[in-house]
Write a protein that binds this ligand. Sequence first.
Ligand code: SF4
Ligand code: SF4
Length: 73
Amino acid sequence: MSKPPVIFSIGWNACINCGACVAICPQEAGFISPFDTIAVDRPCDIACLLCEQICPVDTIDHVVAPPPETALT
Ligand code: SF4
Ligand code: SF4
């Protein structure tokens, strides 16, 4: 059974822009936010959660992404 896609939130005040979340992420290079972290506006369908585990300030959180047909546009 595959994991459900997740959407991340990042505490921008806590983020120190270390780049660790992007460096460890196996998503494609474009999976990145304007603030040089992992993307927060696109569901992640890999959901390995390595980004959360590696963040040195523990400021990445996630929720399960809503199914596409119910997603708000
Ligand atoms: S869960 Fe894994 S694949 Fe998804 S954004 Fe985090 S590190 Fe990247
Ligand atoms: S790992 Fe954490 S502190 Fe580092 S850039 Fe990503 S969100 Fe920011």
